[in-house]
Every structure is written in C-alpha cells, then in structure tokens.
Design a protein around this ligand. Structure first.
Ligand code: SF4
Length: 498
C-alpha cells in the first residue's frame, strides 16, 4: 500500500486521484489536428479530477528517443498558454491532471512520467492507486531499479520497463509487458502509455476507474481532412473539443491507438472470475454530470438517486432544494417523484474554491461560512427538503442548515443521495480516516440533531445500486458488470495486500 497521505488531515471531503487524456491524429507531423491544444482542452474538462499539477507529453511519431514535455504545479490554465504550448509539437500525446494521495504534491511527482529505455522513450499517465503497491515496489527494488518518488505511477512505469522478467522477453514488446503488469496487479488503474508512434489505453481488469474513447471529427467545410482519436477518464467535454463518444475501454482491455486507428490488443481477465468493480462513487460525486458510464449519463443516475431517495424517505414539505451544484440533479429527482416543487435556496459564491482544497481546518471552516448565501425570499416560512449528494465529515451541512434557519426556514429536512460512508478507499480516492467519518460516530437521527436539521435520511445501498443499474447498458463485449461499494459496505473487490 502506498505511503499514508498526510493531506487527509486537511481535507473535508472526498477527493480524486487524477484524470488522464490522450490524443492521436491520423496524419503525420505536421498534422492538421492540433494535438497539444486538444489535450490541454481535454485536461481542462477533467480539471475537477485534480487541481495540484498537470503535464502534457507529445511525440512527432518518428524519433524514438525524443518526446516534448511540459509539466507544472497548479491549474492547467496556469501551466499552459498559447506560447509555451507551441513547443509541444507532435501528432500524438498524453496528458494528466493530478490530485495526490500516494505521494506528495511536488513537482517531482507531476505526470506523465517519462523514462528512457533501451527500446526508446516511454511516457505514462495514471489514474487510480495500486492496492498491492508495496509488493510491487519490493519486486522493482529487488531487481536493481531505484525509485525516486513514492508515486504509484512511477512504480508502474518502472515495473513496465522491467516486465516480463529479464531474459524472458528482451524486445520492446510493450503489450506483453503491460499484460504481465496487469496480472501482477489487477487494481486500480486507468492508464495512457505512449511510445514513439502509438498510445496504449489500459483499464484494470476490475474497471475500477473510468476510461473512454472518443473520435475527433474532421472540420466540415474546411481543407482539414484528418481526424483522430482521444482517450479520456471521462467523456464530459468531448463535444467541446469536437469529439464524439465511441465507447468505454473495457475492464482489463489493452487498446492500441495509432495513426491507423484503434485496436484491442487483449482483455486481461479478473482473478477467479470475480465481477467488475467500477467505483460507484463516480456516479454519486466524482464525475461530471455530462459524462457517460455504462451507457448512461451520470446526470440521469443522479436524478434517479433522488427518485429512490424520495421513495425511501418521503416527507411533507413546501419545496425541495439542493446544496448546489452537487445535490441538484438528485433534488430534481426527489421533486419529480414527490411532486413537491423545486426551488433554489442557496446562492454559491463562485470565487470560493471547493472546500476540500482549503489548506487547514480553520480556513476550511471559514470557507464553508463564506461559500453560500441564502435566497431568503424562497426560504422564509418554508418547510424545506434539502438534498445533498454525500456527507463525509459532516462539517459542511450544519452551517448550511443554520443559514437556512437564519433566513426564516421553519423546517429543514436533509436528504442524502448516497448511503453513509463507513470505510476507507484504497483505490485512488482520499476518504478521511474511520474516526473522521461522521457516519462512524453518529447515526442519522443523531446527525440530524448535530447539524440542526429536523430529520436526516440517507439513500440505502440497495437504493443506490438500483438507481445505477436501472438504465445501465453494458456493452456485450464487456460481459458482466459490477460496482465497488467498499467504502459503504466494507466489501473490497480484492483482498488487501499490504
Ligand atoms: S471504496 Fe468507494 S470510493 Fe473507493 S473505489 Fe470503491 S466505491 Fe469508489
């Protein structure tokens, strides 16, 4: 398992560990597809998955010893500009935006990682967290390879260069090396791996983290005839880069993307034919509402969660509202199911960042106080159902309930569109420690009292699963489906190997 993240202490909620993106044009360099710009725009669409650092690496497709690399700390818009992005020439490239859990937030850990091997340069970008990282680390170190960081992603990069074991296969057979790595460590990663003239898109056999494919369309009424492919953690934002969603990368799939198109190299099976374990919290909280997973839009699932929540915990009220924007889709679902009208009650200060990026508990509390105002005309004299997507530490909902009461609400009933969080995540999501999770200290009626609400109810685990599976369309080639619910139920997809 990776180094314990010290930042847990300062986080108020759940946080990702990264987004990955790749773009491959079908032309030769100089290509008509502006690869670096496309990756930059793709990363901006994934900015919600990580705000600490970002990087882009491109290749002109001919020189196996040279990649163009640019990485830095901060938001994508702070790192890349029209001038410096011109240096990222190439007709293929990969990018990454990072939120750290397994290694410090420092420049040395910025991705993509680039390594020079006997067979050319290789660049790797990773979303997820390796559950048996310590075992893999020992294996890499025992074979004489030094590691300069605690990053799982550097570990993956070096393990790829080593595998299969020396002597078994000497050539640059990257698909064989990737397959070997996937058998050694089945969870959790979505990867984009670039060599000179092709990119591999890789999703772990459990499909724990998302990864999907888009097709870049030629521009109509122009001389541009080239098209291309993009690979991304999420499809949200594809339309804004002129791409059409194609499909998800299947759990266990190694997909090759090159000038000639996309090709499945192989699909690595899960150990003991276990079901897939796609992170159910991608639906609840992490992903953009316009992203598509398992054939359905995230927004529709959130709406359905609200409907399920209404069926499970109906209460009479004048209006249904949400903690914007995270609970809004579920609040609309609650409203449609019950017929209670939806009305906004909170106004967000858009210049205050999401609270989890505040650097200390004191500032975090200040951030919460500053983050919302109450729409008092909608609130005064009303019985309100207030819907939010999740409760983690429980330190944001109390001040919001107080704000509504101060603005004249006569009743506030909190409804949470996901089940209580009880357990840690070892697959790339920062969840506070067991003691910090409010659901491990207070049941729902104690929590209602704690935050000053009249009542508080969560969605059940079965209700969440039903909402997710109701309209799911899993591609036949993918076979079975399944979701990780470990942070809710304690049932982990793989036995933990420390
Ligand atoms: S433990 Fe929770 S957050 Fe982590 S992968 Fe499973 S469902 Fe997602």
């Amino acid at each position: 398992m990776a180094e314990a993240p010290t930042k847990m202490d300062v986080l108020s909620g759940l946080t990702h560990e990264c987004g990955v993106f790749a773009c491959v044009g079908t032309g030769t360099w100089p290509t008509q597809i502006d690869v670096a710009h496309t990756i930059c725009m793709g990363l901006i669409a994934l900015q919600h998955r990580g705000q600490e650092s970002a990087g882009i690496v491109t290749s002109e497709g001919v020189d196996s010893r040279r990649f163009n690399i640019m990485k830095g700390m901060g938001l994508i818009s702070n790192i890349f500009n029209d001038e410096n992005i011109k240096k990222l020439t190439g007709n293929l490239g990969i990018g990454h935006t990072r939120y750290s859990t397994s290694a410090a937030s420092e420049e040395v850990n910025c991705q993509p990682f680039v390594v020079h091997t006997a067979h050319g340069v290789l660049a790797v970008a990773h979303n997820g967290e390796i559950v048996n990282a310590e075992r893999l680390r020992r294996m890499v170190l025992s074979r004489g390879v030094g590691l300069s960081t605690r990053s799982d992603s550097e570990l993956i990069t070096q393990a790829l260069c080593l595998n299969p074991p020396d002597g078994e296969r000497d050539g640059p057979d990257w698909p064989a090396r990737i397959t070997h790595l996937m058998k050694l460590t089945p969870l959790s990663y979505s990867l984009v791996i670039m060599e000179k003239d092709r990119v591999f898109a890789v999703r772990d056999p459990y499909g724990n983290r998302p990864l999907c494919i888009g097709k870049l369309l030629p521009i109509k009424d122009s001389k541009n005839t080239e098209d291309g492919w993009v690979i991304s953690s999420e499809s949200g934002g594809f339309l804004s880069i002129g791409a059409r969603y194609v499909r998800e990368v299947y759990p266990g799939e190694i997909l090759e993307v090159s000038r000639s198109g996309i090709k499945t190299i192989s699909i690595v099976k899960r150990p003991d034919d276990k079901p897939p374990a796609f992170c159910i919290f991608e639906y609840v909280y992490f992903a953009r509402s316009d992203s598509i997973f398992e054939g359905q839009m995230v927004y529709s699932v959130r709406l359905q969660c609200g409907r399920m929540l209404a069926k499970e915990s109906y209460i009479e009220a004048d209006i249904v509202s949400s903690v914007p924007e995270s609970g809004t889709a579920a609040a609309h679902g609650f409203s449609r199911e019950t017929g209670i009208p939806f009305a906004e009650v909170l106004c967000r200060n858009r210049y205050i960042g999401r609270t989890f990026i505040q650097p200390s508990s004191r500032l975090r509390r200040l951030g919460i106080a500053k983050k919302f105002g109450a729409l008092s005309e909608n609130v005064e004299g009303k019985k309100i159902v207030l819907v939010d997507d999740s409760i983690v530490r429980g330190n944001t909902i109390g001040p919001i309930v107080k704000l509504l009461r101060d603005a004249g609400a006569i009743e506030v009933h909190v409804r949470i569109a996901s089940p209580p969080l009880h357990h840690p995540c070892y697959m790339g999501i920062n969840i506070p420690t067991n003691e910090e999770l409010i659901a491990n200290r207070l049941d729902s009626s104690e929590l209602a009292q704690h935050c000053g609400a009249d009542t508080l109810q969560y969605l059940s685990v079965d209700g969440l699963k039903e909402a997710v599976q109701l309209k799911m369309k899993v591609d036949k080639a993918e076979g079975t489906y399944g979701h990780c619910t470990a942070c809710l139920t304690g049932e982990y997809p793989e036995e933990l190997d420390w």
